[in-house]
Design a protein around this ligand. Structure first.
Ligand SMILES: Cc1cc2nc3c(=O)[nH]c(=O)nc-3n(C[C@H](O)[C@H](O)[C@H](O)COP(=O)(O)OP(=O)(O)OC[C@H]3O[C@@H](n4cnc5c(N)ncnc54)[C@H](O)[C@@H]3O)c2cc1C
Length: 378
């Protein structure tokens, strides 16, 4: 078995995911887990169940990397890193006789169905494979290797592909002068974000160009659509989601005495400098306690864009499930199986992306083994 990888080394995106601690899966109950895949849940459900989160955790442990459940239910390796797991995985592949050829780019199929593999100089070879698993990723962070170049090759074979679009991406804000210098990298903790009817809780962080973090990523598809439709979108921040507006207003109505409003806000509601600066973005702070409480609960922030594919965590779109059988084999290209982000699904951050990549890889590999008559039973 040979793995062809276009970059000089494998798994660059996996290693990049490791920089954030490698949230490999999630511990929530199976039905809730599967529902996170939205429209693709029905097709991904059996795939996730074939290699579920606990199986992935057991597999990591077998490779010497125990995992743990964080406070949010998300699962991480104890080392918080991707590299030890990758090293163990590669060692296992090599022990099983797998070869890895790097700087080897898949460029489609020949007329007679052979794989066309190009080396760094662009020279092509045709390779006859008994079975092929394509796991070429989506199109986000193309500098890490996955550039969606496969779309053309599969479309040329009549395979239906939903257009690849950025998913789980940052929101771009035109911060006023000095704001990013003062607050870049500062977190906003336990807040809620709302766009339209969608409301998401969690932590986010200010970046030079806007906002990042799970709740922002979760709203990024609907923000992207609103920006495309209307030129901008409003994100509403609730800085104190666990307090009702009336309760906040009551606290804010207390006598301020000689304190400045900023000091009063810091002392009364433990507002941070960043939170106070955000409240000031839409005009001077109101003196009225009720109006100030309203602003705290429903702070509008103009989003001018969402980050593109170059910086998105994942991409939505991909090969439509109708093109695949239950083993993830392409109906139009027998013996060619698909896994990972090439499939047409979108999921939030929280471990759902890597779990889908591992589960679909398992199902595709099991399917290929069955076709080749080397299935050892899974
Ligand atoms: C910054 C960042 C952080 C992330 N953090 C998390 C996280 O914590 N948890 C989570 O669940 N997900 C996370 N993700 C998403 C997750 O990493 C991806 O969903 C996952 O890596 C997809 O796996 P894949 O195998 O489908 O594709 P990829 O990991 O992209 O791998 C595809 C491989 O195919 C190679 N390739 C592409 N085209 C060709 C070609 N034509 N010929 C040969 N080789 C080719 C690429 O070079 C690449 O090595 C993160 C992503 C990013 C960018």
């Amino acid at each position: 078995m040979t793995v062809y990888e276009r970059k000089p080394s494998v798994a660059r995106k996996f290693l990049m995911a490791g920089r954030g601690g490698l949230n490999i899966t999630h511990s929530e109950p199976p039905d809730r887990f599967i529902a996170r895949y939205g429209e693709a849940a029905e097709r991904l459900g059996p795939i996730i169940r074939a290699f579920p989160p606990q199986r992935l955790r057991d597999y990591c442990a077998e490779l010497g990397e125990d995992t743990f459940v964080g406070s949010s239910g998300r699962v991480f390796p104890k080392s918080f890193k991707a590299s030890p797991l990758l090293r163990a995985l590669l060692a296992r592949l090599f022990a099983n006789g797998v070869r890895i050829e790097t700087r080897a780019r898949f460029e489609g199929f020949s007329e007679s169905g052979e794989l066309l593999i190009a080396d760094a100089s662009g020279e092509r070879r045709a390779i006859a494979a008994a079975a092929t698993i394509l796991a070429l990723g989506g199109a986000s962070w193309p500098r890490l290797g996955s550039d969606g170049g496969w779309v053309e090759s599969l479309a040329a074979k009549g395979v239906e592909i939903a257009p690849l679009a950025p998913a789980n991406c940052a929101a771009i804000v035109e911060w006023p002068a000095g704001f990013a210098d003062a607050f870049e990298g500062t977190p906003l903790k336990t807040i809620a974000l709302r766009h339209g009817d969608e409301r998401v809780f969690g932590d986010i962080v200010v970046t030079r160009t806007g906002l990042e973090g799970g709740p922002v990523y979760a709203l990024s598809s609907s923000l992207r659509r609103a920006v495309a439709r209307e030129g901008a979108a409003f994100l509403h921040i609730d800085l104190r989601p666990s307090s009702a507006v009336e309760a906040l207003a009551q606290k804010l109505a207390r006598p301020r005495e000689k304190q400045s409003l900023a000091t009063f806000l810091r002392k009364t509601l433990r507002l941070t400098k960043l939170e106070i600066a955000l409240l000031r973005l839409c005009g001077p702070l109101p003196d009225d306690a009720g109006a100030l409480a309203e602003r705290l609960k429903n702070l509008p922030l103009a989003i001018v864009a969402t980050a593109g594919l170059a910086r998105a965590i994942s991409s939505a779109g991909g090969v439509r499930f109708e093109e695949l059988d239950a083993d993830l084999m392409l109906k139009k290209l027998p013996n060619v199986f698909l896994a990972g982000e090439m499939l047409d699904f979108d999921a939030p951050t929280g471990g759902y992306l890597l779990q889908a990549a591992f589960s679909s890889a398992f199902v595709a590999a099991r399917g290929a083994a069955r076709r080749l008559g080397v299935d050892r039973g899974a």
